[in-house]
Ligand binder design. Sequence first.
Ligand code: TYM
Length: 326
Amino acid sequence: MTKKTLLSGVKPTGRPHIGNYFGAMRQFVDMQDEYNAIYMIADYHALNFIQNKEELNQAIIDLTIDYLALGLDPKKSIIFKQSDVMEHTELAWIFDTITTMPYLERAHAYKDAEVKNKEISVGTFNYPMLMAADILLYDVDAVPVGQDQKQHVEYARDTAQKFNFIFGKEVFKLPESKILGEVAVVPGIDGQKMSKSYGNTIPLFATLDEITKAVMSIPTDSKPMNEPRNPEEDNVFKLHKLFSKSEDLFVLRERYEKGEIGHKESKEILIKNIDAFIAPLREKRDQIAHDIDYVLDVLKDGGKRAKAKAEKKMEAVREVIGVKLY
Ligand code: TYM
């Protein structure tokens, strides 16, 4: 049986956090055997946030190292950066021409930005079309992402359908998002969705000091130690769910409910568990970071392999829209 194809991406806009990991990146590693997997560094998306040469250079390299440290294997998967395949921006333009403003105005990310009264760039507004291009160029079946990207994958589906309908040919395959139910939205240290822009993250490759600082700053209620507590309302417990074995979580839950555990102890257990999880990743990351030439080679090679696929697709697109004359 031929393998299905998946594509996903992360924006290089600073260190990934455990929300990125449990919501999306963990699936990346698990899925690379079963699928023809394509993992992208979404650097043109990041340009909406970082407009500084050195910073963007570094962010791209860092994220590539992160991918490799997590276990993405360039022999199994294509690892590449978006800007190496200019077909992405070309196709995004074509999608812009068949997309209406009101349709894009319904995007959650745009609406959120508007509510916050930010000056919204055209790039931010058009973001779903570039993301649709990322996905549709590669005949993708599955897009593993966290809940916050679900709507963007739906935009890609709608856009594929619309294009196929307008030009009368099934050029694009309809992709589906793959979302891990229980960790679709990983909470940050303040209980809101963990997000770089909210400043409530625990970085995925954090040092013990950083983990300690982040966990110790989680706000908690002021109930005295021996009063029963609902673990589901506790931000520390929500994170325990990600880092505890099920039998340990069961015991913790009981201790919360019986009022047998204080915030300090609960936080100390969490720090220990997070560090035990992160320490080997940190080590692997440090090793890879010593060989930047290898990291750049991975990107270059991935870029060539992705480009070969994207070029073929764009030939078909140019043909059906009517710009290909020779
Ligand atoms: P980005 O870089 O914001 O996030 C990367 C992935 O992490 C997931 N995620 C979370 N999951 C659960 N809980 C959280 N608190 C949490 N925070 C982030 C995101 O859902 C995402 O899967 N637009 C994308 C990047 C992108 C892309 C693509 C993805 C560009 N082109 C094509 C898939 C396919 C983004 O900004 O992700």
